[in-house]
Ligand binder design. Structure first.
Ligand SMILES: Nc1ncnc2c1ncn2[C@@H]1O[C@H](COP(=O)(O)OP(=O)(O)OP(=O)(O)O)[C@@H](O)[C@H]1O
Length: 270
């Protein structure tokens, strides 16, 4: 990779007792790129994201965002540093409106403090208005403007996932990590998602890294792909390189779950 990296992950390892969930993985994410991390179930992908975002501290290794070391920071500090993420399972506040869900996500950026909030000072009201405006902009950006006052739980499934992305974007990240964003989506929702991810990079200039099992989406959207298996990096490169890598084929096909997971039309060497 020749482009400057926004994220530089060096030799990260995570052990849970005797289990090595991620084993000495090095990966660079070029600025303003769309990249994917793939691998069979249990390969260590989510653990990898959890180390980048401060949920887990790596057993060893370094994670740098634009040169700044992130290991040791709390998740909220990592968000503040410029990394936002979504989770495998939807984590919206179902009793809040779409707008409120985004305002909560933006909390990390609010400048007013607890005392301001209790006293409802001008500073607090201004910060709240700013959060509301930002929420509207993000809702419009992801195409959910009409759902602004609707409870999150009432949104169609695909729109709930978009709302999570909007919430992450409202923290004005440099890099967004999406954990299985297409999970459970129908083909039309997946196409919509693909267009949205491209716009996040092209129009907002935000670098995107996704974990995804939908190989058709991964192969058509990603500029670079990193493949994990049993915690180790077994391949990386351009989509066609990864698709044709015998090690990748073996990792998927060797477990007998290949047809479903790798996708019949996107099988390596197909
Ligand atoms: N907190 C934890 N404690 C112990 N083991 C864990 C923990 N988190 C993950 N693991 C184990 O680490 C390994 C990697 O899990 P991880 O969830 O990172 O894989 P994954 O590639 O994201 O899988 P999937 O595609 O199924 O989501 C698995 O064996 C898992 O059981």
């Amino acid at each position: 990779m020749t482009a400057a990296s926004i994220l530089d992950v060096q030799h990260v390892t995570k052990q849970f007792g005797g289990l090595t969930a991620v084993n000495d993985v090095t990966m660079q994410i070029p600025q303003a790129s769309i990249v994917s991390v793939i691998g069979p179930n249990g390969a260590g992908k989510t653990t990898f994201f959890n180390m980048i975002t401060g949920i887990y501290t790596p057993t060893s290794g370094a994670v740098r965002l634009a040169g700044r070391e992130l290991v040791g920071l709390r998740p909220d500090q990592v968000t503040e540093a410029g990394i936002a993420r979504t989770f495998q399972n939807i984590r919206l506040f179902s009793t809040m409106t779409s707008e409120e869900n985004i305002m909560v996500g933006r909390h990390a950026r609010l400048r007013s403090g607890f005392v301001d909030a209790v006293l409802r000072t001008r500073k607090f009201r201004e910060a709240e208005q700013e959060a509301r405006d930002a929420a509207r902009i993000m809702l419009d950006f992801v195409g959910l403007g009409k759902w602004r006052q609707e409870l999150a739980t009432n949104l169609p499934y695909g729109d709930q996932r978009k709302l999570e992305i909007a919430r992450a974007l409202a923290t004005t990240p440099k890099l967004i990590l999406l954990d299985e964003p297409a999970a459970g989506m129908n083909p039309r929702e997946t196409e919509d998602l693909k267009a949205l991810i491209r716009r996040i990079r092209d129009e907002l200039g935000v670098t995107v890294c996704l974990i995804e099992h939908d190989m058709r989406l991964v192969m058509t959207l990603s500029e670079y792909i990193t493949v994990l298996d049993y915690g180790s990096k077994i391949s990386e490169g351009l989509p066609h390189q990864v698709r044709n890598d015998p090690r990748v084929m073996e990792a998927y096909l060797g477990r007998g779950a290949a047809a479903g997971e790798y996708g019949k039309e996107e099988r390596p060497n197909a």
